[in-house]
Structures are given as C-alpha cells and as structure tokens.
Ligand binder design. Structure first.
Ligand SMILES: Cc1cc2nc3c(=O)[nH]c(=O)nc-3n(C[C@H](O)[C@H](O)[C@H](O)COP(=O)(O)OP(=O)(O)OC[C@H]3O[C@@H](n4cnc5c(N)ncnc54)[C@H](O)[C@@H]3O)c2cc1C
Length: 339
C-alpha cells in the first residue's frame, strides 16, 4: 500500500467456543458464513481497526459484504489499487456540515476544517448563511476500482464509517516477499458464533481443476473459436504447452467453460508467463484481467482487434486452422528434444 506511514498490524487468533454436540467441525474446519461474520464483527468491535481488508476470493466475496453490513460500514469490492492520503471534501449545506462534525467527533478523526461560510444579506434585507466548509480528512484509505463497465476508474473513500473496508482480487497486486519482522501482537479472542446452518452432506468435487491464477501458461478461448466443440483445440494446445485453459466472459456466459476459468474484470486476474488469446477480441474488461502476463500471443482473424494492442506477438488468421498446426509443431519440437 502506498502512503507515508504503514498501519500498525495486529494478528488476532480466534478461539471458537462451541457448545457440546455442535458440529462446526467435520473432519477439517467448517465455518459457516454466519459464524465467520460473527468472528470478524467481534474482532472489529474489540480492536476498532481503521482498515479491514479481504482477498476477493470466493470466501472473501461472501464474507466481506456480510461483515460490512453487520458493522454498518461501506465496502469497496474488487479494488485494483489502495493508497493512504488526505481526502478533501467540500460541504455546502448545514445538514451535511452537522453530520460531518458529529462523525468527526464520534470517530475522533484527524481532520483539518476550513470554514469559509459567510452570512449575506439578501435584497429583502434578510440574512442568509452560505455554508462552505472544506474538510481535509488525513490518512484516509483511497480505494481505486474500475466502474461503469470499466470505462472509468473510480477512487472511493469511506469518510464517515469505520473500518474502511475493501476487497482486492488475487493477482491484482504484486505480492511482496514476506517480512518476518512485521509480526504484530498476537492476542486471543473468545467468540461464540451463531450456527444457523445445518450441514447435511459434504461432497468433494470430482473434477481436479487447477486455479488459473496459479498457472504459468494459459491458453484462453474466446467466442472466435466458434462453438464448444472447438474447445478441444484450445485444450490440445494447453496440453502441448503443459499449461491450463481459461476463457473470456463470452465463452463462460455461453456455458462453454465454467465461471472459475473466466479471465477479466468480473473473472480472475492472471499473470502467467505465457498467455495465448485464441479468438478473443480484447475488450477492456478482458484485458484488465490478463495484461500483466509476461508474454501475450494473440490469434485473431481481424487485424484491427484490440487484443493486438496488448499482444507481444500477433497472429492474424483463422484460429481453428492455426491451433492444430501450432499444437502439432510444438509436439514435434518437444519430441525432437527428447530423441
Ligand atoms: C461490467 C462488465 C464486465 C465484464 N467482465 C468481463 C470479464 O471479466 N472477462 C471478459 O472476458 N469479458 C468481460 N466482459 C465482456 C466484454 O466486454 C466482452 O464482451 C467479452 O470479453 C468478449 O468476449 P470475446 O472476446 O470472447 O468475444 P467477442 O467480443 O465476440 O470477440 C470474438 C473475437 O474473435 C474473433 N474471431 C471470430 N472468429 C474467428 C476465427 N475463426 N479465428 C480467429 N478469430 C476469430 C473476432 O474477430 C473477435 O475479435 C464484461 C463486460 C461488462 C459490461
């Protein structure tokens, strides 16, 4: 996070107090969303953190809105940037000024207030107060995310509620090396969680599917492949490259690939060493999820396709003709290296 001074970090270990016979655990820890919300809300109530962040994983996306609603604060989901800096807010009416003053007092915020309000006399001789107060809130969390379908980048601040909460999608930010010196305090907290769900059955997914965020090589299918029957061409190339398959939202919406394979603004952000875009137009919402890839190859029949703007190597042509040849060439090359 950018900013002049990092926040104090606190590690909180939570001990769940279970009543006899309650089965929050079945083999491995199984915590219901309500119980997890109770735990988080208790941590927030006890330690009143300024900032509370979640990964926008499937668990984080479930939990963060539930926690923010419980503790009555805002939540900025799917942030692409976080920073700490001053936020200036102009207030031009008495009701907003009263609310801002009350919140500043309630939250004990560090705010510089410049009151430029003045009293003017109207033509009828009556006095009117023109409210104009400039509040400079210090050390606020500025949360940046795409908005309106990715057409604008919005920076959002949560000035009047605490904690300031955001989710950040995995892969959006470069992970720093672990710094063992920044351990924070470890405190124990007892929580008696609500258990309002009964688990009837736990079924393990039979499909061993790798998370595309982890993939070093991704071959990604777009609507340009034409039909789900052609998906095997993409799978064959991924297999030859020892990579994984992902896709655009068009392909996922059409049911050709599962949702967890979607790359982009409403899918996953990936940074593989190699990303091969097959029949993908390169819409801004798709590019947002893959432009951090080390090397991008794009195959598209339209020379003007925007995907070529982010590609390191562009191939203009019919993807269904190119893919089998490319796969065959790679297999031959690999075989020649073995022999
Ligand atoms: C709020 C919002 C969020 C979104 N989030 C996402 C997201 O997370 N991920 C995402 O991908 N999209 C997202 N979209 C949708 C996005 O705008 C595009 O509609 C989508 O990416 C298009 O997918 P596509 O490129 O596969 O299909 P198309 O736009 O239909 O493009 C197909 C491409 O294939 C090419 N083509 C066709 N036939 C061939 C052929 N035989 N050989 C070679 N090339 C061929 C065409 O020239 C074209 O460029 C979002 C949209 C909105 C509004």
């Amino acid at each position: 996070m950018e900013g002049d001074k990092p926040f104090e970090l606190k590690q909180v270990k939570v001990r769940l107090r279970l009543t006899e016979g309650e089965s929050l655990y079945s083999g491995r820890p199984l915590i219901t969303p309500q119980a997890a919300t109770d735990v988080m809300a208790k941590v927030i109530a006890e330690y009143t953190p300024e900032v509370f962040l979640f990964g926008a994983s499937s668990i984080g996306r479930d939990l963060a809105p539930s926690v923010s609603a419980t503790v009555h604060t805002g939540l900025t989901a799917d942030c692409t940037g976080l920073a700490i800096s001053d936020v200036v807010k102009n207030v031009n009416n008495a009701a907003d000024k009263a609310l801002a003053d009350a919140k500043i007092a309630e939250l004990g915020q560090d705010v510089t207030v410049e009151d430029k309000s003045k009293v003017m006399t109207g033509k009828d001789g009556k006095e009117i107060e023109i409210v104009n107060v400039v509040y400079t809130y210090h050390k606020q969390l500025r949360m940046t995310r795409p908005a309106f379908g990715g057409n604008i980048i919005a920076t959002i601040a949560c000035l009047q509620h605490r904690p300031q909460m955001a989710t950040v999608r995995p892969g959006v930010m470069q992970a720093l090396d672990a710094d063992d010196s920044r351990t924070g305090d470890v405190v124990m907290l007892d929580v008696e969680p609500t258990n309002n769900l009964e688990v009837l059955e736990t079924v393990k997914s039979t499909k061993a599917s790798k998370d595309i965020i982890e993939a070093k090589i991704l071959v990604s299918a777009g609507r340009g492949i034409g039909s789900p029957e052609k998906l095997h061409l993409v799978e064959d190339l991924a297999d030859a490259l020892e990579g994984d398959v992902s896709g655009s939202r068009a392909v996922v919406d059409a049911g050709w690939l599962p949702k967890d394979k979607q790359v982009g603004q409403t899918g996953k952000t990936v940074r593989p060493e190699l990303y091969v875009a097959c029949g993908i137009s390169g819409a801004i919402q798709h590019v947002a999820g893959m432009e951090g890839s080390d090397y991008i190859i794009a195959i598209n029949k339209e020379e003007s396709a925007p995907i070529f703007d982010v590609a390191d190597l562009g191939v203009i042509g019919d993807v269904n003709a190119i893919l089998p040849k490319l796969t065959e060439a790679i297999r031959k090359y690999k075989a020649s290296k073995v022999n």
